[in-house]
Write a protein that binds this ligand. Structure first.
Ligand SMILES: [Zn+2]
Ligand SMILES: [Zn+2]
Length: 610
């Protein structure tokens, strides 16, 4: 459909001319069509249409002249150029209407011929032919009326601003409404009389619009009557019993479809202002996901309704994602939060990579969202602290998924110790105790916290299902019931799975903690050879604690190196190329060639002599 909405965006001075021009073009087409149809088919009210259009044309002309006077020579050329391109655009749209109309006309002609043949035979056929003619004429007139209406609407959309403000368009860009208004007001003072002409034009526009709307309403009503009549006839079986009446039945069915199509096409476009708040909120909720938080907030400038809806909790219910706007500052977030309940229903919050956020704004965010939060992702946010996590565990009791990977101010051990009521997934990789050289005593505390956590989980589970989950898992290589254990029924396995899903906390670093624990044990037990990767480490292992300053255990292979030998072995680096072409380096362990932790990566410090 070639409605005129595209033209509302665009610079205003060109709009004026373009409209006048396009109007002329379309008028020509339409008038031609009208004449053609009125000459070929039955009576028509197209003469009144022509009058309408003649007058609308005259509306646009004065403004066009006025505009030319205002904008002078320089802008004119560009305007003309642009106008030309718009014409082709608009024209390319027009043929679709034409072809549709032509088709209608052609079939109309065929029908009339056909019907003329049959008309003399008997009355049902004559009545049928009359019905078809009337329906087609109504369809055609309705299409014309709705086109006129849409044209008038589009005209108003582009002109009203200038007209209401009382001067021709002067500023070249209409990007900001406010600045435009100011400009126009100044102009008004200078020009004086300009406003009166505008008001006259707008008054005539209202008159035209009212007239067109009345006509549209009348035609729609008539066509709806035709539609219901056709529907009624289609349901009456007896009507088409005799032989050649079947043809009529098929024809009328096709006519009914055509009428319905015409009615549908002639409906006025609903504008965004006609949406209800709940609908706007639903749309905005989708836009949040595709365009981000700040874009949606900026939409509050669109209208009062948007301003209201943007702060509705419904918009933010499913997602508050700042991971695409990692540069956001504390102040920005505080501004976004304001003092209302916009985020009070928010279930999923994502702040990955927001490195400038501090405890202050984060705390406010969590206070606003409170109990509604279910998943929370804060990868690489230095502002996340142990105190903040304690607050979350205490107040945001519905969190089931928490991601604090790379948060260097989060103590993994403390995070495990908190009493999370519903937490089922916790990601701690890269948080404190998983980065750099970690003293083994600290690490052991973490191990104990993890074991304590599992124990309390097991107690809970044992009460409900009667088995100690983690112990069983450990003895069965990670599963509660072994697959080959035939004494366990399928039902018991199912219960085990359900209970596990409901009560155990999955932690991304659990395996790393346990395997590192085993490696430290191995080192300390002294009786297994091959753990020390340099002679200094071996000397320390055999009681000479002064043989090295620092000893490091590498979690991956379990080998222990002194700091000097570690530095030495980092000379032998291996270059790798990723699929995207970037390069990265690894350092093989001198004892086993497995990759050592990258510099600054997670390792365990076993000894420190200062
Ligand atoms: Zn060494
Ligand atoms: Zn090794």
């Amino acid at each position: 459909m070639t409605n005129k909405t595209p033209s509302t965006s665009g610079t205003e001075d060109e709009e004026e001319e373009k409209f006048a021009k396009v109007k002329n073009n379309e008028m020509d087409n339409d008038e031609a069509m009208m004449r053609a149809s009125s000459s070929s088919s039955s009576s028509s009210s197209s003469s009144s249409d022509e009058d309408d259009e003649g007058e609308t044309q005259s509306i646009s002309t004065p403004t066009r002249l006025q505009q030319r006077r205002v904008s002078g020579g320089g802008g004119e050329r560009g305007g003309r150029k642009r106008r030309a391109s718009m014409e082709t655009n608009e024209l390319s749209g027009v043929p679709t209407i034409n072809s549709k109309k032509k088709k209608t006309k052609k079939s109309n002609d065929e029908k009339t011929k056909q019907n003329e043949d049959e008309a003399n035979d008997d009355t049902p056929h004559a009545a049928h032919a009359k019905r078809v003619r009337r329906a087609k004429r109504l369809c055609f007139e309705l299409a014309a009326a709705s086109a006129t209406l849409k044209e008038l609407d589009a005209k108003y959309a582009t002109k009203s601003k200038d007209i209401v403000n009382g001067s021709g368009p002067s500023s070249s860009s209409s990007s900001s409404l406010n600045t435009n208004d100011n400009n126009n007001n100044d102009k008004n003072d200078d020009e004086g009389g300009g406003g009166a002409g505008g008001n006259e034009v707008i008054a005539r526009w209202f008159e035209k619009h009212k007239e067109a709307q009345t006509k549209w309403k009348k035609l729609t009503k008539e066509l709806v009557d035709v539609e219901s009549e056709l529907k009624k006839r289609a349901n009456e079986v007896d009507l088409y019993n005799s032989g050649n009446m079947q043809v009529l039945k098929a024809e009328e069915a096709a006519l009914l479809r055509y009428v319905q199509f015409a009615l549908c096409r002639a409906k006025p476009m609903s504008s965004i202002g006609e949406l209800r708040d709940s609908e706007v909120c639903k749309v905005l909720e989708k836009v949040v996901k595709t365009h981000g938080v700040r874009f949606v907030l900026s939409l509050s400038a669109v209208s009062k309704q948007f301003q209201r809806c943007v702060r509705s909790p419904l918009v933010w219910e499913s997602s508050f994602d700042l991971s695409t706007e990692t540069g956001i500052s504390d102040r920005n977030l505080l501004e976004i939060l304001k003092e209302d309940d916009a985020l009070s229903l928010c279930k999923n919050i994502r702040l990955d990579g927001c490195r400038f956020l501090t405890e202050r704004s984060l705390m406010k965010l969590f206070r606003r969202a409170g109990n509604s939060i279910e998943t929370l992702s804060m990868v690489n946010v230095a502002g996340v602290t142990d105190e903040l996590l304690a607050y979350l565990a205490d107040k945001c009791t519905n969190i089931h998924t928490l991601d604090v990977r790379g948060c260097k101010n989060v103590d993994a051990s403390a995070a495990l110790q908190l009493a999370w009521p519903k937490l089922r997934k916790l990601q701690l990789k890269g948080s404190r105790l998983f980065r750099g050289r970690v003293p083994w005593t600290d690490f052991y505390l973490l191990v104990m916290n993890l074991e304590g956590l599992h124990e309390s989980e097991d107690n809970k589970i044992e009460k409900i299902a009667g088995f100690r989950l983690h112990e069983k898992k450990e003895e069965n290589n990670g599963v509660v019931y072994r697959q080959d254990d035939e004494t366990v029924t399928e039902e018991q396995r199912k219960i085990a799975r359900d209970v596990e899903a409901e009560h155990t906390l999955s932690i991304d670093v659990e395996r790393l903690i346990l395997s590192t624990r085993d490696k430290i044990k191995k080192w300390r037990s002294n009786d297994v050879g091959g753990v020390a990767a340099c002679e200094h480490a071996a000397a320390v292992q055999h009681g000479n604690t002064l043989a090295a300053n620092v000893l490091t255990l590498m979690p991956r292979c379990g080998h222990v190196l002194c700091d000097r030998c570690e530095l030495e072995s980092r000379r032998h680096m291996v270059t790798h190329t990723r699929a995207n072409g970037t390069k990265f380096y690894t350092y093989p362990c001198p004892a086993c060639n497995l990759t050592m932790p990258s510099p600054g990566g997670f390792s365990i410090q076993l000894l420190l002599n200062d």
